[in-house]
Design a protein around this ligand. Sequence first.
Ligand code: SAH
Length: 457
Amino acid sequence: MLLTITTTRKPATDLGYLLHKHPDKTQTFDTGAGKAHVFYTEATDERCTAALLLDIDPIELVRGPNPVLHDYVNDRPYVSSSFLSVAMSRTYATALAGRCRDRPELAKTPIPLEARIAAVPCRGQDDLVQRLFTPLGYETEVEDGAGGSGKGRYRNVTLWATKTLADMLAHIYVLLPVADNRKHYYIGDAEVDKLMKRGRGWLDDHPERNLIVRRYLGHRRTLASEAANQLDAEAGRDAEPENAENSAGTRRKEHPTLHDERIDWAVETLARLGPASIVDLGCGEGRLLRRLAERPEFTELAGADASAWSLEMAKHRLRKARKNRAGPDRGVELFQTALTFRDERLEGYEAATLIEVIEHIEPNRLDTLEEVVLGRIRPAILLVTTPNREYNVLYPGLEAGGLRHRDHRFEWTRAEFRRWSERAAERRGYTVTIGGVGEADDTRGQPTQTGVFERCG
Ligand code: SAH
């Protein structure tokens, strides 16, 4: 199988810097299932083409120390499949990561690129390659790869676009196994992580997002559907500050997102009030838990969410954070549960948090949520955050009264949130202090509303 990448941006031989492979050399890498050779078929100022040739050993696939197939007669050695993605990550790791030691600015510059991929197995679904690549801004050409009958399962694909090399490599890396719809390795945690990492910035908005997620995750239905939800949720959460920031012309990294500010607020508030044990209700992907786990004063931490996918992501994130950190290793308990039913595992924590969760609950279930959280869990401290609907008109796209996320069942004005909070506090024997997070508007208040509930006695 063969992948060639060409640029015509002068001096085209800069491709060698971008790929970290010298145009005069042939290099060979071991990929586990065979050898990957990288060499240049042309290298002039005007045009430079690097080829990645993957030479899979069909016997090794079946008989080697790590057999991945059970059948000697298979198409795997010859087609562009997940083996090619693995080979790309072994040979072009630095380029995929968007790094370039000698030409750092070039790695961030969109350049004219052409990629040719031989024998993409797409089972005769001719339009699939277009559906996958066209929305990302590629011009595509799909030719029959098996003698021109038009009925074959394999297609030679050419892609053209002006993009950063890292973006194009990430697209090919994710979408090749999607076109093939078969993966040669076990699909587990690590795959989810790879999809999130390589799909960042483009997968959310892709019209075939669900198909991509489903196929990439090998049809593990629960994972895939939860992945889709998660991407939705991410998009929704990011939509608030991104929209706002884009209009201000600033970028996320330089400017904390509203989501970051909310988490900072929760961490600071908890640090000030000083509980030792905390349960994060509706913990999502565990971003708050990760921050709390960095602080030794919080000795017992737990998260609860209805979404198996989110908990999987949380587990992953917490495990990674633990690996990277010296110091005491503290486990975080994660529970899959619905907050509208009593669950004794959540009881006994001094503090609880509901960060951007209540608006996901049907209004007629809010009394039950209140009973479960303030009646049963009965933490000494409860932090609640929720969007301030009055602020929405300030977000481009929400001027007409839309909500910030399609899973939101409601968004409250400040008066509505205050009314709900004060009534719940009064009924359950708490005091509540209402506040906000985010840049305040004179008339519309802050984008996020907060409530700090403290148990009386
Ligand atoms: N607190 C997290 C996630 C907010 S998104 C953060 O700020 O990043 C809302 C989360 O609430 C989702 O992860 C969703 O799965 C969860 N959720 C919604 N309804 C729920 C319910 N009834 N029971 C448990 N979790 C629920």
